[in-house]
Design a protein around this ligand. Sequence first.
Ligand SMILES: [Mg+2]
Length: 316
Amino acid sequence: MSRYGSPVINIINEHLGPLLVSESCMATEKLWDMMTRMASPYGGGGLAPYAISAIDLALWDLKGKLLKRPVYELIGGPTRDHIDCYATGNDTDWHISNGFMATKMACPYGPADGLRALDLNEDFISKKRHLVGDEIDLMVDCWMSFDVDFAVRFAERMKPYRLRWIEDCLMPDDLDGQAELRKRLPTQTLATGEHWYTLSPFTNAVSRRSVDIFQPDLAWSGGLTGCLKIATIAEGASISVIPHAGMNTPYGQHFGMAVTNSPKGEYFVASAPGVPFDEVKLTPGMQTPCNGVVTPSNEPGFGLGLTLDGIQAMTV
Ligand SMILES: [Mg+2]
């Protein structure tokens, strides 16, 4: 399962796939290493990681089916009974009524709106804090739209509203900017990594202690094998890993169930208020959050519950 259609399909079918023929499907570590090296000349940070992730996740699903165990048992076993989820989106009242104890908003204004953006953002966020009260965690996703100067002004202005973290302030390649942001905002929790696709930016951020929470996407950052490596790198520096939209896929749910330094899961609320989460789930077998928590399926593999007809219906 992946995104970007034919370019990613061609990397899988024309390059990576044929070179894996006759290899053991159980050798996920070796195959990840082969794919990463094979794709490195043309795309450490491009579409290649999407293709590598798709193959890696399919291999883990197959491994679980062959061994008749859920994937989270194969990667260390459960570390918790369920995963606490936070909801992402701006329908905050809908999130709270579904039992989420944390919710993340898209920041509506940025540097392009001038300094008045600070007033407009404060108006938006103060209303959200008033709506949810003091017990609910509030976070803000800036989706790469800030610069260092604006992010510093923003964080200082929003202090009264106690944001749990500020996310993705800068463009993903600006690792020096991230380090500068950390220096100028020593007490604000910073999250990023959704658009980091190799191990290098994560090791860079660990060595400079420039991020508090890593957010790799299981389907973009090297699959389960890649994200487990990222989690290990992070664990050594007491950094949390909360995968991007992790609770929207069985992949992220199995990761969250097994990884000790993954304290929460992100559930991106893709449906309109009032639409049950089960009506918009990615695969028939996956679980959706209930009262703000989720427990992954314990069916073999990722418990996708897919049939050939179902796969054809999903293919675009
Ligand atoms: Mg994000």
